[in-house]
Design a protein around this ligand. Structure first.
Ligand code: NDP
Length: 300
């Protein structure tokens, strides 16, 4: 069984990015710059943002955080988005999700200029990706693609089951894997993976187990601990666990631990390759954000 070690792969990729960015700044260009907007004090979001800023510091991307209280109005947030769209010193920016209920995520994402959309979540970025046009890829699916590439796990002709149909993970993941592979189009990072036969499952899917058992690769992004069990996996299949769930753990000083959507202990006995939680997709998502920021800076 191969452990798909996102922590290790992400560290290597950050080292490469650091070299690339050092070479750019050595030529007298300014460092790529990323702005992260966070609204409210969701503890998980605050941790993600802190990790993203730390990763930017490590590779030489200038990161700036804009923090708003949860009662900020939608108009104020939209005004900030418009300002950042126009600010030529900003290469890319993201709005950390989720947003408070009184703010429309769709409205905010739609307002972001897709050329600065380094999370790859705006309707424009996603629409362009669907049509195979140059676009910044969604960060989590791009991180998963890098992980598969790193471990030489081919997708062409394979049956991939994606569990989850969100705009952030499931849908863009499915699109990315079923596309014809496009190589080195201007403004698009090279991608050698694609050509998969993809099945998307969700909470209304009947007989998830039987569908999963036919998969060569299973990507689970449901937010449901232990959703994928050992008997649902074909021997030798690749399993990518995207889920991040906090479950009570009295033995931990924090009182909780993070688990994915996969019953790791049992699935690892059957799978040919598996990504752990933590240390799998999470660090790869952050590295994709860094790569996307560099790409946006180079595009500009
Ligand atoms: P959403 O809640 O937006 O989507 C979850 C999807 O899973 C939905 O499509 C839902 O179906 C489906 N689903 C839920 N329960 C089941 C079930 N029992 N059987 C089959 N399908 C099910 O979540 P996200 O896509 O935003 O995130 C998914 C998970 O990935 C979360 O744990 C999140 O924390 C994590 N995540 C991790 C990232 C990382 O970098 N590692 C990045 C982003 C997310 P339906 O549409 O029918 O409701």
């Amino acid at each position: 069984m191969i452990l798909l070690d996102g922590k290790k792969v992400a560290a290597e990729k950050r080292a490469n990015l650091r070299e690339e960015i050092t070479a750019i700044t050595a030529k007298g260009h300014r460092a790529p710059s990323l702005v992260i907007i966070i609204v409210g004090h969701n503890p998980a979001s605050e941790t993600y943002v802190a990790n993203k800023i730390k990763a930017c510091d490590e590779v030489g991307i200038k990161a700036t955080k804009i923090a708003y209280e949860a009662d900020i109005t939608e108009d104020t947030l939209l005004e900030t988005v418009r300002r950042l769209n126009e600010d030529s010193s900003v290469d890319g920016f993201i709005v950390q999700l989720p947003l408070p209920e009184h703010i429309s995520e769709a409205k905010v994402l739609t307002a972001i200029d897709y050329r600065k959309d380094v999370d790859g979540l705006t309707p424009m970025s996603m629409g362009r990706s669907v049509q195979g046009l140059p676009a910044i890829p969604s960060a989590t699916p791009a991180g998963i693609r890098s992980l598969l590439e790193y471990y030489h796990i081919p997708t062409a002709g394979k049956h991939v089951v994606v569990i989850g149909r969100s705009n952030i993970v499931g849908k863009p993941m499915a699109i990315m894997l079923m596309q014809r592979p496009y190589l080195s189009l201007p403004g698009m990072s090279a991608a050698s993976l694609g050509d998969a036969t993809v099945t998307i499952c969700h909470s209304k899917t009947e007989d998830l187990s039987s569908i999963c058992r036919t998969a060569d690769i299973i990507i689970v992004a449901a937010g449901c601990p232990n959703l994928l069990r050992g008997e649902m996996v074909k021997p030798g299949a690749t399993v990518i666990d995207v889920g991040i769930n906090r479950v009570e753990d009295p033995s931990s000083p924090r009182g909780y631990k993070l688990v994915g959507d996969v019953d790791y202990e049992h699935v690892a006995l059957v799978a040919g390759a598996i990504s752990p939680v933590p240390g799998g997709v999470g660090p790869m998502t952050i590295v994709s954000l860094l790569q996307n920021t560099l790409q946006a800076a180079l595009n500009r």
